[in-house]
Each structure stands twice: as C-alpha cells, then as structure tokens.
Design a protein around this ligand. Structure first.
Ligand code: SF4
Length: 490
C-alpha cells in the first residue's frame, strides 16, 4: 500500500467543463494551502469527488464514484468530501444514505473545499465547516482565484458566468447552480492573461447561457464587449464560443466576430428541438423560424470574411409530449440543416422540473430508438462533410500523443472543440503540445481526420503548465479527470 502523506488529497472530477473549471480552482487553492496531491485514493489522506447531477446517468456515475471511494476509505482510511452538483441537490440524503461521507460541500461552496481539506487533514484545526455545507447560491464576485489547468496542449476553458436565468422545462441546472452570475470583464481578462502566460493559445468560453453574458452586471456589458477585449490579448490564437443559447444578437456582436481572426468560426448553439410545439412545451424561447434566420444570418456574415462556420448543436428526444410527428419534424430539420456537429440526448425525468409533472411521457426505449435514429442520420451527414476536407490544408493546435497510440500525435482544427468533437491524427511530422501546425488532410473518418504536418507555424510558448500535456494518465470518458501530481506545474 502506498504510504500516506497526511496533507495529501486525491481529487476526482466528474461532469461538464464548467465543473472541471471548479475542480481546477479547487486544485489551485489546495496547492496554495500547501496540500499535496496524491496519485491515487489509497495514497491520499483526503479524497474529494466533484460530482455531476444533471441527468440520470450523470447521477449514477457520481454515486458509483462515491461508493468506490467509500470502499477505499474502508480499506485504507482517509476522509471523504463530496462536492459539486450532486452534493448541492441531494446533500442531506447523501449524508443519511452514505454516513461514511465526512463532508458535503455544495456548488455555492467551491471556494471552501480547500479550507475544508486542510482542516480535515489537520486534526487540531479550528476551521472545520459544518458537515453539510450548501451555502445560498449566487454569491461571490467572480474574481479570478488560483487555478491549475488540467486541459491539454495549450487549451483552456474560461468560465464567463455561472448559473442560468432560463427555466427550460426539463432542466435542473438553475436549481443546482442558481441564477446567472456573469464575471466582470476585468476579472476575465486577468484570468485569460494568466492562462496565456502559462502557454494557453486557445480559450473555450463556457457558461450555462453564453449569449446572456453580462445582463446581470451593473454596466450590462455584452458578450461582444468581452470578445472585443479578449481578442486583443497578445498570444491568444483561438477563442471559441460554447453553449450559446439561441437569441437575437446586436450587429456589433457580428462586427466583432467577423473582424477578428482569432474568434473562431465555430458556434455551439443548443437547439433542443425543431418542432415549435415541443419548443413551447420545453419552455424554450425562440421558434424554429427564428433559428433558421439566425443561422443563415451568421453563416452569411462570416462568409463575408471568407470563413465557413462550423455549427455544433444538441437535441433532446423523448421529452414528455413528443409525438411521432414532432420527432419527424426534428429528423427532417436535421437532414435539411446538415449541421457539422450534433449531439442527441435522451430526456431524463428529473424531479423538481416542470417536465417531471407533465403527462404523455415517452417510453425510454422509444426515446432511445429516436436518439439512435438521429445519430445514424448525423453520422452520414458528418462523414459527407468530413470528405470535403480531404486534400485541404488547415491550421491545427497540437494536443500531444494520441489516445490511440503514443506513436501518433493528435490535435484539433478550428472546427473541432475539445472533448466533444473529433480530432486530427497527425501521422507524419514532429511537433510539441501547444504548437500550431499547418496540416494537409489525406483521410477522413466520420468524426476524425488524418493528416501530415507540413510545418510548424507557431511554437508553443514556454512553459505549457498543465497536468496532462504529454502522456495521458487520465481517464477521459465523460470528461472524468484523475489528477496525477507528477504532472503538476510542468
Ligand atoms: S438554458 Fe435551459 S437547458 Fe440550458 S442551463 Fe439554462 S435552463 Fe438549463
């Protein structure tokens, strides 16, 4: 058994990139308090799991992870903190059902995990928090705290807001994450600058509702203002917008986007459905006619600056009330729009949401069939799109060794977001993580491309300080992140 360091922590992060940023902040604060990181739970004095609770499978994964750590605790000792969305949503139930948990810290207490960790690992501390710590949501000024980046190859997420003011019928996020709190531009610029100094070339902007950024701040800055300032930062090569709820945007947003080369022609715009009846049931704002106009408008504006837009969207099937005709509308829409990237999710019946109370539930097996049908259709659309890229040259950000083989590098082009889209496998040529390279594509799969490096166009800035820039000691499925302390601070 590995020897324990009495001030060491093992952190397991589950769920989406927003949770990952919270985990990175926890890591930064833990290190600042002199707590070291353990490579495995058995070597740790304290285990922290940052959970997800968005839908059924995410909750199941979180519970399994907690139970695994409880088994570890029973065999090798140590303390256990459960943080994040599951902790926020079911804190007292978790303590009742799993008494081995030492502390529950909700999403409003991310900043307290390090304090709790250091106090739990020091018997005599007077700093201990209550066993159930779920402070009111919506606090904090969004200041830039210490953060350790865990993403690969010169890429990072920048969380520009937390929480959501929408009330989509199927979604529990507003009750877990609270109302929208946008982070002031000055804090975001400070954080982005620190990330760039640490070797970051690509920032992926995230929030629950990116396009509502700034509405809750006193001076009401718009996303356009943030993009304007971010795009002027030296050394920042790519800015990517993720989770942009469809809503009208002012002309200056398109002016900034169209005129700055480092704002990528990529838009992640969750649409959820294409039947107006379903969109109303889901309590989504815009109808399908708006979405069509909006996307046409964006594509033509970017075409003015000679750039092809890559659109990623997500759809939800099996929501209560979805009929065969609704589904057919969605399938026809998908066929017609030919989006470059599509994710399809099956409705999860979550208590506390308006959809939970609705009648006309769709049997899960029917919902799953609909999901599979849409994904099969999209696979063909994606393959056809990928084929158009064979023979072309494109700039690629090198991530590092591929997950398939240490002998092959992998990277992403402007139309590929980290973790959710495909990658470009680089079969010939040399480059380091964080380098930008000119690549000729010679093969295409449904989601991935294969090419060779023609030349390095921009060397990675030193140092590329991340946990995982070379070998990959992490589990990536579902964005699960295991922290390997030997990779910290390199
Ligand atoms: S926009 Fe809707 S689906 Fe997205 S987080 Fe907000 S309430 Fe949930």
């Amino acid at each position: 058994m590995a020897e324990k360091d009495t001030r060491s922590v093992f952190l397991l992060s589950l769920g989406c990139p927003k949770n990952r940023v919270d985990s990175e902040t926890m890591l930064g604060e833990l290190l600042q308090r002199g707590v070291s990181l353990a490579p495995s739970p058995e070597a740790a004095d304290l285990m922290v799991v940052n959970t997800c609770a968005f839908i059924g499978p995410a909750k199941e994964e979180s519970i399994e992870a907690i139970l695994e750590l409880v088994r570890q605790k029973e065999s090798t000792g140590g303390r256990l903190i459960v943080a994040g969305c599951l902790a926020q949503r079911y804190g007292s139930e978790l303590l009742d059902e799993i008494p081995e948990i030492d502390q529950i810290i909700g999403t409003g207490g991310v900043g307290e995990v390090a304090r709790a960790a250091s106090s739990l690992s020091m018997e005599s501390s007077t700093e201990a928090l209550p066993r159930l710590f779920t402070p009111p949501l919506g606090q904090g000024d969004g200041a830039f705290g210490t953060r350790v980046r865990s993403t690969r190859g010169g890429s990072a997420y920048l969380k520009i807001a937390d929480g959501c003011d929408n009330r989509c019928a199927f979604c529990v996020i507003p009750s877990i994450r609270g109302p929208q709190r946008s982070r002031p531009i000055e804090y975001l610029i400070e954080e982005a600058s620190a990330l760039i100094d640490g070797g970051v070339r690509e920032l992926n902007l995230i929030a629950q509702d990116l396009s509502a950024y700034g509405r809750d701040l006193e001076k009401k800055p718009h996303l356009a203002d943030l993009l304007d300032q971010l795009s002027g930062l030296d050394g920042l090569r790519w800015i990517r917008m993720l989770y942009a709820y469809p809503r009208p945007m002012p002309p200056r947003f398109f002016d900034v986007w169209g005129s700055r080369e480092n704002i990528l022609p990529y838009l992640d715009i969750p649409l959820q459905h294409a039947s107006d009846r379903m969109l109303r049931l889901m309590r989504r704002g815009p109808d399908t006619a708006f979405v069509r106009r909006h996307l046409e408008d964006i594509r033509s504006r970017l075409a003015d600056s000679h750039r092809d837009l890559f659109v990623r969207t997500t759809f939800l099937v099996g929501h209560p009330g979805e009929t065969v005709d609704d589904f057919k509308l969605l399938r026809d829409f998908l066929e017609e729009m030919r989006f470059e990237r599509v994710g399809v999710f099956v409705y999860s019946d979550e208590e506390g949401t308006p959809a939970y109370e609705m009648d006309a539930k769709v049997p899960p097996e029917v919902a799953e069939e609909r999901r599979a049908e849409l994904m099969a259709l999209q696979q063909n659309i994606s393959a056809a799109h990928q084929m158009t890229l064979v023979g072309s040259r494109m700039e690629v950000l090198v991530e590092g060794a591929s997950e398939k083989s240490d002998m092959v590098l992998q990277g992403r082009h402007a139309g590929q977001a980290p973790e959710v889209d495909g990658v470009v496998y680089l079969e010939q040529g040399c480059a380091a993580p964080g380098d930008m390279v000119d690549v000729e594509i010679h093969r295409a799969h449904e989601y991935d491309l294969v090419g060779r490096i023609l030349r390095v166009t921009s060397k990675a800035a030193e140092p590329v300080g991340t946990l995982f820039d070379s070998e990959l000691p992490l589990i990536r499925a579902g964005a699960t992140l295991r922290v390997d302390p030997s990779k910290v601070g390199r």
